[in-house]
Design a protein around this ligand. Structure first.
Ligand code: URA
Length: 184
């Protein structure tokens, strides 16, 4: 599977109902040789309109954390569990996740990152542990297969609950520290 084949398959996907309401698929963006991947939930309105993940309000806040800890957005790869926007930004259904996850798995196979960071509860529950408790476990690291994995609060949660911003900064600093270690 090449990037071109995968992106074409994804862009033409009609496996679930979300294809009927999408403007664009939101495949993923960034460095295809990245050491680290960030994985969010699903595109929102701005992402659906632009075809790029994390460009709306939550994405802009996430960019601030990347900048604050000295990670370049161009150095990382950013993707979502779902490639199409759920109507009114509702949570992705398990059936939609089941149908879409293979695109993400292929992206991970192609990139072979050393670290995977789940942005929020939904991707952490799918990729780390079905019983993942983001309020308790955020920032904890686990080794799964070939990857060091963690989860941090979803930036849209931080917009709703700014008290969690301090923990987010701590977790992001640790991500940067580990990134520097694997690069040294
Ligand atoms: N929230 C997500 O999980 N992903 C995006 O791309 C935008 C908002």
């Amino acid at each position: 599977m090449t990037w071109e084949e995968l992106e074409k398959q994804c862009n033409e996907c009609t496996k679930c109902e979300l294809c009927k309401t999408r403007t664009n698929t939101v495949f993923g963006c960034g460095n295809r040789n990245a050491d680290i991947m960030f994985i969010g939930e699903a595109p929102g309105e701005k992402e659906d309109l632009s075809g790029t993940p994390f460009v709306g309000r939550a994405g802009q806040l996430f960019d601030k954390y990347l900048e604050a800890v000295g990670i370049e957005r161009e150095d990382v790869y950013i993707a979502n569990m779902l490639k199409c926007r759920p109507p009114k930004n509702r949570d992705p259904l398990p059936s939609e996740q089941d149908m879409c996850i293979e695109y993400l798995r292929d992206q991970i196979r192609l990139i072979k990152p050393k670290m995977i960071v789940c942005l929020g509860r939904i991707s952490a529950m799918r990729l780390i542990d079905p019983n993942y408790k983001i309020t308790v476990q955020h920032g904890q690291w686990v080794r799964k297969g070939n990857f060091d994995m963690t989860a941090v609060f979803h930036p849209s949660l931080l917009l709703r609950d700014p008290r969690k911003k301090e923990d987010m900064l701590t977790d992001m600093k640790e991500i940067k520290r580990r990134l520097d270690l694997i690069r040294s």
